[in-house]
Design a protein around this ligand. Structure first.
Ligand code: MD6
Ligand code: FE
Length: 200
């Protein structure tokens, strides 16, 4: 495991070994059954290319009314609990007592990307955001605390964990592209990114 500090992002390459990655995919299966992936629409009416769902007391949704955290999946049911194996990753890398109340689950299929954005829908930016990469490689771009300017990119591989906190908490970031089928972790290919947040 190596650690990379890039613009305040703490990038832990290979934090999760293959056994732990497989264990996470196994605990995600029942979650994806009870809270199916959906494709969010932005407030401007565009469909995002990622599909997403959540676990935890709150989940992140986006539709014509805008972005927000809410206690129900768009189909009306409560979100499943965040599995302990996922909470353990948060505890390992943040060392904080507080636990996240949202685990956003993003699925990237072939050709999927995620535009440059800030994570700023949470109530308190003093808590970090932790991201876990599973499956195909993804090109992660890190910018600045305002839109635009020079950026730096790094490939995220399956098992990498990123902590975005402190002065980097509101830094712009995004996924330019994935290398579809570069990993065999997910039977149908693609990439799952989990982001753990204290939303409320
Ligand atoms: C992704 N990640 O890796 C997108 N957000 O698919 C994020 O948007 C992200 O990696 C907050 C903190 C870390 C991240
Ligand atoms: Fe983000």
């Amino acid at each position: 495991m190596t650690r990379l500090l890039l613009r305040g992002f703490d990038i832990r390459k290979g934090h999760l070994n293959l056994a732990r990655q497989t264990a996470l995919v196994d605990v995600l299966r029942p979650i994806l059954k009870s809270a199916p992936l959906f494709r969010p629409t932005t407030s401007t009416g565009k469909q995002m290319s990622v599909r997403m769902t959540s676990a935890g007391a709150l989940g992140w949704v986006s539709d014509k009314s805008g972005y927000r955290y809410q206690a129900q999946h768009p189909k009306g049911m409560e979100w499943p609990d965040i599995p302990q194996d996922i909470l353990t990753v948060w505890q390992d890398v943040t060392g904080v007592e507080k636990l996240p109340d949202c685990c956003l689950i993003n699925y990237y299929g072939e050709g999927t990307r995620m535009g440059m954005h800030q994570d700023k829908d949470e109530a308190d930016f003093s808590w970090p955001v932790v991201s876990i990469s599973l499956g195909d490689d993804a090109l992660f771009r890190i910018g600045n605390t305002t839109r635009g300017g020079k950026t730096e990119s790094v490939w995220l591989n399956s098992g990498d964990v990123v902590v975005m906190g402190g002065p980097a908490r509101l830094t712009y970031h995004g996924i330019d592209r994935i290398r579809f089928n570069s990993s065999r972790l997910l039977p149908k290919g693609g990439r799952i990114n989990l982001t753990l947040r204290v939303a409320s």
